[in-house]
Every structure is written in structure tokens, then in C-alpha cells.
Design a protein. Structure first.
Length: 254
């Protein structure tokens, strides 16, 4: 089950953290993986790990806010592997940690460009290729910090706005692309121990606070998200589209 043999995937933001884990897990499941991010050397390190596993990978430098770089990544992937089946929109930032009254217009625009415009550009380029084979999977990485939960997250309202937008895009694209044979889903990670989350965990009391409301009594690992991404990209998830899969150890259940 959950085999991705003979599938070709592009993962954005894949040089570290959740993206890296998704790239490795998809390669383990049999996919050929284009590892993309802003630092090609770090992408190559992930590709080297894939090759050590006996898989196939390709490192590509991509700034997801630049249409030409996104389209070039898709082109290089097609040239190398012959097709495109899976896109994981993972590239994103949660920066800076500031109250709304201190946030600059430039900081607002930057996170909107990466976390929303980047998803749009990547999906637009990928769908054109997936439609040729009438089969595709788009997995958008959202967050439990996306609004609609009945509580808020201080000092990251700009981030929350983008992740709520990602869920909206997911639902719209699922409807739009279903006739093309393309499923679109989102994953909403909880508190996952990554470099992006480290600032939130700098105070030991903050980590204790998170653990107190997580029934599983541990923080998440990138591998937890990677496993969900493989499932949503597999044939077994054929009837799943437009969903926002929460992977948070029960955080939202408290």
C-alpha cells in the first residue's frame, strides 16, 4: 500500500525540515523526486541522501515567488523524469514574530508572496503537466494556525492569514481540477519540531505549555507530516480531495 513507484514529485522548500522529510519519504515509497529550494547546494545534500537509499532525485534552485524559476523547475523535472505527477507546496516562512501594530508593509508582502503567491505559481505550472496524463496530486502544507478554530495565535496574524488562504485555495482547486484527474488536499501540521518552530520553543515554559494540551504528549516530527503526504499522494487516497488533514497529536481536540 501507499506505493509511489514510477511517480514523479516536486517538493518545494525541501532542503530541510518538513520538506526534506517529505522528499525522503516519497523517495522511499518509490517516487522520483525533484528537491527544490532557494539553496541548490543544500537541495543536493537531500538528493545525495535519496541516492544512498537507491532512489532518484534532482536538485533545483527555486524561488517560488518568481514565475520563471517555478516554470524552469517544472521544465527541468520533465526533462529529467519525463512527467510530473505530484506537487507538494511546502515552501513557507513564519517570520517575523511581531504584533500587527509593528508589522511593516514589506514584511506583510513578503510572507504573502512566499506562502500564497508561491503556492499559486507552483500549482499553475504543475497542473498544466498533470492534466496531460489525467492524473495528479497536489498537497498543500497549511497549519492548525489557519483560523476557524475558535482561538488565535498571537504575533503571527500574517502567517495565519496565509495558511487560512491555503485551505481556501485547496478547496477551490479540488473542485476546479477534479475533472482533470487531479486531487488537491492540505495538511495542517500542529507543533512540529523544526527550525521554523524553534523560536516558539526557546522558552522551556512554552514547550511545557504546548505539551500540556497535546494528548499524545510529544511534539510532532517532520516524519509525521511526511507520512500523511505520502498517503495523500497515493492511489489509496483516490477518493480524498478538498480535505484539510490535521496532523497535530490531538492539539485541536483539547
Amino acid at each position: 500500500m501507499f506505493s509511489l513507484k514510477d511517480k514523479v514529485a516536486i517538493i518545494t522548500g525541501a532542503r530541510r525540515g518538513i520538506g526534506r522529510s517529505i522528499a525522503l519519504k516519497m523517495a522511499e515509497a518509490g517516487a522520483k523526486v525533484a528537491v527544490t529550494d532557494i539553496d541548490e547546494k543544500e537541495c543536493q545534500l537531500v538528493v545525495d541522501e535519496i541516492k544512498k537509499m537507491g532512489g532518484e532525485g534532482l536538485a533545483i534552485k527555486v524561488d517560488v515567488t518568481k514565475k520563471d524559476e517555478v516554470e524552469n523547475a517544472v521544465k527541468k523535472t520533465i526533462e529529467k523524469f519525463g512527467k510530473l505527477d505530484i506537487l507538494v507546496n511546502n515552501a513557507g516562512i513564519c517570520w517575523p514574530l511581531k504584533p500587527l501594530t509593528e508589522l511593516t508593509e514589506e514584511e506583510w508582502n513578503k510572507i504573502m508572496d512566499i506562502n500564497l503567491k508561491g503556492y499559486f505559481l507552483c500549482a499553475q505550472a504543475a497542473v498544466k503537466e498533470m492534466a496531460k496524463n489525467k492524473w495528479g496530486r497536489i498537497v498543500n502544507i497549511a497549519s492548525i494556525a489557519s483560523g476557524g478554530q475558535g482561538f488565535g495565535f498571537s504575533n503571527i496574524s500574517h502567517y495565519v492569514a496565509t495558511k487560512g488562504g491555503v485551505i481556501g485555495l485547496t478547496e477551490s482547486w479540488a473542485d476546479e481540477f477534479a475533472p482533470l484527474g487531479i486531487n488537491v488536499n492540505a495538511i495542517c501540521p500542529g507543533i512540529i519540531r523544526t527550525a521554523m518552530v524553534d523560536p516558539f520553543l526557546a522558552d522551556p515554559k512554552a514547550e511545557e505549555g504546548f505539551l500540556a494540551r497535546i494528548p499524545k504528549k510529544r511534539l510532532g516530527k517532520p516524519e509525521d507530516i511526511a507520512a500523511a503526504a505520502v498517503f495523500l499522494s497515493s492511489e489509496e487516497a483516490d477518493y480524498v480531495t478538498g480535505a484539510a488533514l490535521v496532523v497535530d497529536g490531538g492539539y485541536l481536540s483539547m
